[in-house]
Design a protein around this ligand. Structure first.
Ligand code: SF4
Length: 438
């Protein structure tokens, strides 16, 4: 059965890589004549792009599935689960009396249109691994943002951090040929994109499959592409962050003075148990190099509290590191065991209440740091890339500064998609507010 005229809705959980994958799935379905729809109720096909990194995202997936099941009782609806949960629980999801009609793992998204087309005749699931790089057709993408574009450069991860499910759900590292990446960035530049974000689980282990050229070389190539003004990349593993890469950032006028550098814990003993392969001292040394090379660089991070065996003293080391680095932003989580991981075989020894208290303490400490940092911007004029209008108030514009902070601002003209000088007049812990001054 043809996809022509069918309406689809994709709900995406998780990281920017999932967002970019969903953009590709939307593009493939659209090129077969289907149309994207704003809600499951108005759709013929609903695809849930899932994330298994934390227990919470898993819970959200099952709750959404429950909602879709009730819609399905009232109308014909094809439900697909794709992404990490699909890969992880493929048998259970298929065997359970669930309403999921097809299941596709992260390496098989190119098959989704055919799977849906055949679904009406036979139920197909598809989760095989593929070791090489699989390129989407350049036309098969429907991007959500017309100004800032995601460009995936690698998939999978070889690091096996003890708590992380990604190597089990996304497989080993596969690198996209550099030529394809460059072509995609050129295309984005031609379409008027101002910013690109290079994506991968561990971008700084990138190697061009045929020449072996590294991530710093890729950045140098991307830096030469005209009309792209801001370049960002994530995620960087501190153990793979070479001095050469730091100098490449410094030399470029386009690579933003901003970096997401996941810490996970400020205690060397916890980092060792997490199999992170760097110490507190190595991490701080790297931060020192980056701050020396690029004054005012904006750093963000990920932190897990309550990893098995984390003592109060080890937690205090994380708190003290927070105050040393002074991140612009953090993403912090209570540890939750994930299936298949080595950490899940350890007793989850930190009581839930202790994890909860540590998380609150960490977040409060960070909030104070952010308020202080954000206050220092008041009165300054920042270059902001306007990405759209504020979700809360459509008369307000919203964008990001070079440090990747949210900046909401007033402007007398429509500036969506443009760089705007914004004078900061107010701030909260999580965003800045100002007025355009052009
Ligand atoms: S580097 Fe570690 S935390 Fe990041 S995806 Fe790989 S295994 Fe997971």
């Amino acid at each position: 059965m043809s996809l022509k005229g069918k309406k689809f809705h994709i709900h995406t959980f998780g990281c920017q890589m999932n967002e970019n994958d969903s953009e590709h799935v939307a593009g493939m379905l659209s090129s077969r004549g289907a149309h994207s729809s704003p809600s499951p109720e108005l759709s013929d096909i609903v695809i849930i792009n899932t994330c298994a990194v934390r227990e919470k995202s898993e819970e959200k997936f099952f709750s959404l599935l429950g909602r879709l099941e009730s819609i399905k009782k009232k109308k014909n609806l094809v439900i697909g689960a794709i992404g990490c949960i699909a890969q992880l629980y493929k048998s259970q999801l298929r065997d359970k009396k669930s309403s999921i009609d097809f299941i596709v793992g992260p390496n098989n998204y190119d098959k989704i249109p055919d799977i849906i087309t055949h679904y009406w005749e036979e139920k197909i699931t598809c989760t095989q691994w593929n070791r090489g790089w699989k390129e989407f057709s350049p036309s098969d993408i429907q991007r959500k943002n017309p100004t800032s574009g995601y460009v995936t450069i690698m998939r999978g991860c070889n690091n096996f951090c003890s708590y992380c499910i990604v190597p089990f759900t996304r497989g080993r590292e596969r690198y996209r040929p550099m030529d394809y990446i460059i072509q995609e960035v050129h295309k984005l530049a031609d379409q008027g994109y101002k910013e690109i974000q290079l994506l991968g689980q561990n971008v700084n282990s990138y190697r061009d499959p045929s020449t072996g050229r590294d991530f710093a070389s890729l950045l140098e190539e991307v830096d030469r592409i005209p009309n792209i003004e801001w370049i960002r990349f994530l995620t960087s593993h501190p153990k793979n962050f070479t001095p050469r890469l730091a100098h490449t950032m410094k030399k470029s006028r386009k690579i933003c003075r901003q970096l997401h550098l996941p810490l996970q814990s400020g205690s060397t003993s916890v980092l060792k148990r997490m199999n992170r392969k760097y110490s507190r001292e190595n991490y701080l040394k790297l931060v020192g190099i980056l701050k020396d090379l690029m004054k005012g660089i904006s750093l963000s991070t990920d932190i897990i509290v309550g990893y098995p065996g984390e003592t109060e003293d080890e937690f205090q080391q994380t708190l003290s590191l927070l105050n040393t680095v002074k991140y612009t932003n953090i993403f912090s989580f209570r540890y939750s065991p994930r299936p298949l991981t080595p950490a899940s075989k350890l007793p989850d020894s930190v009581p839930f209440e202790t994890k909860k208290k540590r998380l609150i303490k960490l977040q409060n400490e960070q909030k104070k740091i952010q308020i202080e940092k954000n206050k220092s911007f008041i009165g300054k004029t920042l270059k902001v890339l306007c990405l759209g209008r504020s979700k809360k108030d459509s008369s307000i514009y919203s964008g990001r500064n070079e440090g990747y902070q949210v900046v909401n601002f007033q402007s007398s003209s429509d500036v969506v998609g443009q760089f705007v000088p914004v004078k900061i007049t107010q701030c909260g812990p999580y965003s800045l507010f100002g007025e355009s001054v052009d």
